[in-house]
Design a protein around this ligand. Sequence first.
Ligand code: MLC
Ligand code: AMP
Length: 501
Amino acid sequence: MPPQPIIATLLQHALTTPEQACIIAGNQTLTYADLAGAVAGWAKRLQAIGLARGDRVALALPNSPAFIAAYFGAQLTGAAVVLVNPQYRQTELNHLITDAEPAIVIATDENETLLREVMPARLPLLKPEQSRFGAPPADPAAFAPPNPNEMALIAYTSGTTGRAKGAVHTHASLAANCDAIIAAWRWTSADRLLLMLPLFHVHGLGVGVHGTIRSGASLELHPRFDAEVALQRMTDPAITLFFGVPTMYGRLIEAARRSGAPAHHMRLFVSGSAPLSPQTFAEFAALFGQPILERYGMTETGMNLTNPYDGERRPGSVGMPFPGQEARIVDRETRQPLPPEQVGEIQVRGPHLFRGYWRNPSATADAFTADGWFNTGDLGFVDRDGYFHITGRGRELIISGGYNIYPREVEEVLARHPAVAECVVYGQPDPDLGEVPVAAVVVQAGAMVTAGELIEHCRAYLAAYKRPRQIRFVADLPRNALGKVQRHLLVTDSPGARDRL
Ligand code: MLC
Ligand code: AMP
């Protein structure tokens, strides 16, 4: 039996614990009954303009109660939600709208103009109304919750080819994932999560929102991360959980050094989306009196590996499989399982995995083995105690402050500038963001261009976090004998980099 959809759990809580706080945002406390009413209100609004089962709804809202209500509202109608980062610009939006073919777009005034430029003229754009959840309440009993095996979410990711692919999750895969998290981290209805992550990725949404709703707990939603605000909020005895990316933990350490570590009541701090350095782990434990629990996840899989709740949380390790899941290391060439301590590719298997890439059977076939293992593309090993360690990535990917940047996507935009003859984008180590994108550019003969102009060109077409932080003008790109560009030789602290440029 597949687990029941999270939306069904939400409606149940609204009947059994209607007055329980669900979302705290600003000075408003919204109960489970409030949320269920608003979810039904969104479902009604969406159906009124023609949304049907199996359709897609593109959701481009900032962190807000309206985001959560619209998200579950679309799912209640039997449609799937396509997550859209509101910072996306023309290139990303154009691809998403063309590829996902949504029936409706939900957005605010801020991104309406950009969206309308890439949307077919007949595609309706819906905005949150001026109410607490963006839609007037309606009766949830008027709707039948979707089937667990229906499509619930399409999250775009993994654009190694320069074009992001839509990872399709069903209600069952999302539910299996959050059930495993709840069991591993002992999440209960008494918990309150301080949520400062963006909701348009699986970290904020699939872990933060889904886990809260499934366990009947509450979350305090913030529009964005702010270290000073986080420290202040952690002194509230109601707040028990914090989930963040390593950049956030680095900034919390700095802020605590400036203004003192808070006397907090936190039960659990979790880090993921990028590697947490053993130094950050140790500094945080010294200041906050608790070891961070590091876990490993992916858009396609949700959460895969976790350090133990009880027992040793090992710095530099991402722990072991969640309950009901499997993970192993295979040789990159032979694809055979490897013994402990040997580095290979991480494969994972279980009911939490996505069902495939949207309208992309060949990418889906490449991603899975015949017996259901998913190739993560991440490299690592298992130590003799069974803890997994990530040592690198088998694919070209820059992770900056927890956001993934695919060099190819930025290179394609840069190459469209008339002054650029050739370019390559690579990750440069950064103390705050882990890595930042940097571009090496060969200018067309006779052309003149400044670094600032090229960076502005990228900003015009891509989300701001993808823009190169630096442009290095070079005479030619380092290539191997086969003509392939060798990105690693460009990283400033890599051996041989300076000799080449
Ligand atoms: C913001 N900027 C970034 C950036 N975040 N640049 C590079 N990398 C980043 N991560 C840019 C903005 O575009 C802006 O540029 C400037 O920095 C300041 O913006 P800001 O909003 O003030 O940024 P800040 O608050 O400093 O954001 C840092 C951050 C944020 C770490 C709080 O990036 C963040 O919330 N990251 C979390 C990402 C996340 O949730 N990832 C999970 C993916 S799911 P300008 O030029 O306009 O000034 C996944 C699976 C899993 O990976 O395992 O979880
Ligand atoms: P995304 O495609 O945005 O879902 O990002 C998933 C990628 O983030 C994974 O494939 C890993 O490369 C990386 N990642 C997530 N968690 C960790 C972690 N704890 N340590 C190292 N890398 C991580």
